[in-house]
Design a binder for this molecule. Structure first.
Ligand code: SAH
Length: 388
């Protein structure tokens, strides 16, 4: 599986210096993989053997979600792309090495037709103009595409005509949404949305299950590697038809839903209410009836479960970059599942949390890094832990 990519794919990125998003741009892909494996060995090697990172066959254009900021330059030109690192100046991007090609093509097309519709980018200082961002999400296996226009107010001129033009030009677009974000914030999406075309969401398939993706849903951005990540996590869990499973930090329920058919019962725990709603929908959509979801802080949930004397055979945990808190970890130790599968997007907090678990009765079985974010320095890792 580890890629043997050639220099051909390492076309230097013309935006690299200004953008700063790809910290490993100066390395070939095999060098990036070696760098990531070495970093995992350094941080995690004391717990058990670290497998070589699973790389991509083709590491380019893997992002299924593309967010472009729009801006009017001093010379009156409309630009769209990413913010120059550390500034609020937009770097005009036509094609990014990590982003889906079609999504970039759509963004560039929108940029090109704005003058015709007399639409100006929003200016954060003067509050003039309208368009803040365009968000494009693509289901890699379904082929469905969602386009979200994010405006600073509800006055979107000729929104229906622009939608018609877009859908005619790109028939793969199955839904178009207008999102209104009037606030001074670094968040891309505001709270209000209006569906201009289609269902307002797209679907994609992962591990044989269908998942609904709304404009703001959390969904892993590299679907090719996500399938590998989830399958690794499920394999590490050694589930059987009697296993009682907790999927902590479950997001829209993807890991738990994919695992449910191999398990007795699954409980997903997630803090974000919208994600829980998506998770409930996704479970129904896949006709999975041995899974339930709880909206709660994962630490609180575990503490309560431990207090009630409940048990679990397997706990999947997939916390954000900050890792887990002490409340979660000590309740996990009290709950004493036979197996814990830790999915981490930050090997530093992973090392900290593993130190605690290893001191408190667990032993690391396997450590498998998976390259979810080629060209960047981000590292995703799956670890199995067993009760000693
Ligand atoms: N397992 C999911 C989501 C992982 S992202 C997937 O693979 O798609 C981490 C998730 O943890 C996010 O959905 C976030 O909302 C949630 N989260 C963050 N802090 C939390 C907490 N204290 N308790 C429960 N969930 C939390």
């Amino acid at each position: 599986m580890n890629a043997k990519n050639t220099k051909k794919e390492q076309a230097p990125c013309p935006y690299a210096k200004k953008c700063g998003g790809c910290q490993l741009m100066n390395m070939t892909y095999p060098e990036q993989l070696s760098w990531k494996t070495a970093r995992c060995i350094k941080l995690l090697g004391r717990f058990c053997h670290v497998e070589e990172i699973t790389g991509m066959e083709n590491p380019s254009h893997y992002r299924n979600k593309v967010q472009a900021a729009f801006q009017l330059t001093r010379s009156g030109k409309i630009v769209s792309g990413v913010y120059q690192s550390g500034t609020h100046n937009v770097v005009n991007v036509n094609s990014c090495l990590t982003e889906d090609r079609k999504a970039d093509e759509i963004t560039v097309y929108i940029r090109s037709i704005l003058p015709e519709y007399k639409i100006l980018p929003y200016n954060e200082d003067s509050k003039a103009g309208f368009l803040r961002h365009v968000l494009v999400r693509r289901g890699f296996s379904s082929g469905e595409i969602m386009v979200v226009f994010v405006g600073a107010n509800s006055r979107f001129p000729m929104k229906n005509r622009i939608t018609d033009a877009l859908v005619e030009r790109f028939p793969e677009i199955t839904t178009v949404v207008f999102n209104i974000n009037p606030r001074k914030t670094s968040m891309v999406l505001g709270e209000r949305s209006e569906v201009l075309y289609g269902k307002g969401y797209i679907e994609d398939t992962l591990c044989g299950c269908a998942f609904r993706i709304s404009p703001s849903s959390f969904y892993q951005i590299n679907p090719v590697q996500t399938e590998i990540l989830y399958n690794t996590a499920i394999e590490f869990a050694r589930l059987d038809k009697n296993s009682a499973v907790i999927d902590a930090y479950c997001g829209t329920g993807t890991i738990g839903i994919a695992a449910a058919k191999h398990a007795g019962s699954v409980t997903g725990v997630e803090l974000n209410g919208d994600a829980v709603k998506d998770a409930v929908f996704n479970a129904k959509r896949n006709k999975i009836d041995n899974i339930a979801f709880v909206k709660s802080d994962a630490g609180e949930f575990m503490l309560e479960a431990a207090r009630q004397g409940e048990t679990a055979d397997v706990v999947f945990m997939d916390p954000p970059r900050a890792g887990s808190d002490r409340k979660f970890l000590s309740s996990l130790v009290t709950l004493a599942p036979k197996t814990v599968v830790y999915i981490s997007c930050n090997p530093e907090t992973l090392a900290r949390d593993l130190t605690f678990l290893v001191k408190n009765g667990y032993k690391a079985g396997k450590i498998q890094p998976v390259d979810m974010f080629p060209f960047t320095n981000h590292i995703e890792t799956v670890v199995s832990l067993f009760k000693v």
